[in-house]
Design a protein around this ligand. Structure first.
Ligand SMILES: NC(=O)c1ccc[n+]([C@@H]2O[C@H](COP(=O)([O-])OP(=O)(O)OC[C@H]3O[C@@H](n4cnc5c(N)ncnc54)[C@H](OP(=O)(O)O)[C@@H]3O)[C@@H](O)[C@H]2O)c1
Length: 237
């Protein structure tokens, strides 16, 4: 079963900035029907939506929520489905790092990282799945990291959250396979991504330009529905 991208709705957490914004623009360029960008900062969301709506013709909506708040996360998904019919593509992109070595980790830092990067993605996945299963169509895209594959001394909580996200995603993928559901799970594991250099400039040394994230997303989504694309390791050579 397929659904044209022009009839699909994508929900992108952290979609106003950096990688999330590049995902939003790439999907709009590929003619997606609707993009909902959701995060905490109203002004940042509104500016991004205004810019993209001017450029791509009014297909971007915003939603203010804190991924650490379960009620706000539930409202986000419920209201998006009520307004646009479904979340066809969920992009779990919101994330942050708290640089604390293992001997420095505080409960506050640990909770911030794990709740934002891992528990929030788990909630959102749980919340979008019933509708995806009902319509037997959906894509879940998780933004992990090379820090989900390798440990780095300065960000152990970040690494734990990004490794954890991959484990959670593999379990969801296995569950969808066992149910025979037409729901794919993609994981991005980027190295350093330059989210600031203009698109006509080379990226910072050691980084890839963020536009490559958008291109890769659209490519991955365009694959046949029965194709499993394992973790997308993408980094500068
Ligand atoms: N850039 C890189 O080199 C790189 C490499 C590997 C992986 N990643 C991953 O890529 C993702 C995007 O990162 P980025 O580089 O594009 O950085 P970014 O621009 O800082 O994006 C992070 C986004 O997360 C949102 N966010 C943070 N806390 C949130 C919360 N409590 N509730 C809802 N949204 C929240 C932020 O929006 P608000 O502040 O408005 O809430 C922001 O839009 C992250 O998961 C990051 O770990 C980045």
């Amino acid at each position: 079963m397929d659904k044209p991208l022009s009839k699909q709705t994508a929900l992108i957490t952290g979609g106003a900035t950096g990688i999330g914004r590049a995902f939003a623009e790439a999907l709009l360029e590929a003619d997606i029907g609707r993009v909902v960008i959701a995060s905490r900062r109203h002004g940042v969301l509104a500016n991004a939506a205004d810019e993209m709506n001017a450029k791509y013709g009014g297909r971007v909506s915003t939603y203010i929520f804190d991924i650490r708040n379960q009620y706000q996360t539930e409202d986000l998904v419920r209201e998006t489905i009520e307004e646009f019919g479904a979340v066809d593509i969920l992009i779990n992109n919101s994330g942050l790092a708290v640089p604390e070595t293992v001997t420095e980790i505080t409960n506050e830092g640990w909770d911030r990282v794990m709740e934002t990067n891992l528990r929030g993605a788990m909630w959102l996945t749980q919340l979008v799945l019933p509708k995806m299963l009902e319509q037997n169509f959906g894509d879940i895209v998780n933004v992990s990291s090379q820090a989900g594959k390798n440990g780095y001394a300065d960000v152990p909580s970040y690494c734990a959250s990004k490794f954890g996200l991959l484990g959670f995603a593999e379990s969801v993928r296995d569950d969808m396979r066992k149910r025979g559901a037409n729901i794919r799970v993609f994981n991005f594991c980027p190295g350093l991504v330059d989210v600031e250099s203009p698109s006509d400039q080379p990226p910072r040394p050691g980084s890839i330009h963020v536009r490559n994230m958008g291109r890769t997303l659209v490519y991955a989504l365009s694959l046949d529905r029965n194709v499993n694309l394992e973790d997308i390791n993408i980094y500068a050579r």
